[in-house]
Design a protein. Structure first.
Length: 150
């Protein structure tokens, strides 16, 4: 769209200049009465605007077509680069996994041997501490249920 506007403005200016030049030449050729220059200049402006708009339209379409082709080429090139990168990165990632897998297994074994017994012991202590409260809650619920039933 930008090319259309530029083409119209440039075409109008060129058309006006050419029409004005032709009008002044005709006036010099007749050297007598001056023909009215405004209608011929206006006609030149309109013709220039039409020609400039047509040229701008063609240039705009060509630019869009080039941009579309370039975008497709860049997309294809980007996919090819991504595939190459993934292919080259795979061995590095596999070796990193192999190096870390043993350490992860050792860490999980350490967690199982060190933390699990501590957590189980804490859970047992919490259950022992909560047991009297639980028993009293059950006794209160039984008493209430028997009083409601009677």
């Amino acid at each position: 769209m930008n090319s259309l506007v530029k083409g119209a403005l440039i075409g109008g200016a060129v058309g006006a200049g050419i029409a004005r030049l032709q009008a002044s030449r005709q006036a010099n050729a007749t050297s007598g009465a001056k023909p009215p220059a405004l209608p011929s200049v206006a006609k030149g402006v309109v013709e220039g605007v039409l020609a400039g708009t047509a040229v701008g339209f063609v240039l705009d379409r060509r630019a869009r077509s080039r941009a579309r082709v370039l975008a497709i080429e860049l997309t294809d090139e980007g996919l090819a680069r991504g595939r190459r990168f993934a292919h080259e990165a795979r061995p590095v990632l596999e070796s990193a996994y192999d190096a870390v897998a043993d350490q992860i297994q050792d860490a999980s074994h350490l967690m199982a041997t060190a933390f699990v017994p501590t957590i189980v012991a804490a859970a047992e202590r919490a259950a022992e501490a909560a047991w009297p409260t639980f028993e009293s809650a059950v006794d209160a619920a039984r008493a209430r249920a028997t009083s409601m039933a009677a």
